[in-house]
Ligand binder design. Structure first.
Ligand code: IMP
Ligand code: MG
Length: 182
């Protein structure tokens, strides 16, 4: 079987629900950043699908860039170690930074990224995450904008991967346990 349906038998959020979620976030960000220099920084790779939708839901002039970090390897549990693989190339001093993340889990990745950017003296640094698993938080960090709070389960699709794959599932789905527990 070549299709993606075998990897999940439970959809958490449909494409339509995600669309409505992104529209709501876009409207909130449009309202909050009116008249400000907005700079969206996407955390690769997981954030790329959300980023592409979100920028088109924001009715303001804005700039984008991308960073890449690694913290997971191929397992479904965090290693707790964050490594910066690709940085941005512009100074941040006259900008309002909004970090765009796919999902917040332990919070370790965002904690690291947020303090990295705060050290470069931008006008502000905030976080928008498509999905949040607050039960799993290990460090004290709260996203400023949240698309949807989800239960403590390993999810795939809408940019989120398992072992580098399944990012192209259009909905957010729970990964079947037998896929990773064998
Ligand atoms: P944190 O540092 O533990 O908050 O992890 C954040 C990163 O872990 C996210 O950017 C994702 O890449 C990855 N991650 C956390 N939970 C999931 C999940 O349920 N599915 C896929 N990736 C996840
Ligand atoms: Mg990932």
């Amino acid at each position: 079987m070549e299709g993606l349906s075998k990897y999940s038998d439970r959809v958490l959020l449909t494409r339509e629900e995600i669309d409505a979620m992104v529209k709501r976030l876009g409207a909130e960000i449009t309202r909050d950043y009116a008249g400000k220099k907005l700079f969206l920084i996407c955390v690769l790779k997981g954030g790329f699908v959300f980023m592409a939708d979100l920028v088109r839901a924001i009715d303001l002039p804005l700039e984008v860039d991308f960073i890449a970090v690694s913290s997971y390897g191929s397992s479904t549990k965090t290693s707790g170690v964050v490594r910066l693989l690709k940085d941005i190339d512009k100074p941040l001093n006259d900008k309002h930074v909004l970090i765009v993340e796919d999902i917040m889990d332990s919070g370790l990745t965002l904690k690291y990224i947020k303090s990295l950017f705060e050290g470069r003296s931008p006008l502000s640094v905030k976080i928008v995450t498509a999905f949040d698993k607050p039960e799993r938080r290990r460090v004290d960090i709260t996203p400023d904008y949240v698309g949807a709070v989800i239960p403590d389960e390993f999810v795939v699709g809408y940019g989120l991967d398992y072992d580098g794959k399944l990012r192209n599932l259009p909905e957010l789905s729970v990964l079947r346990r037998d896929v990773y527990e064998g």
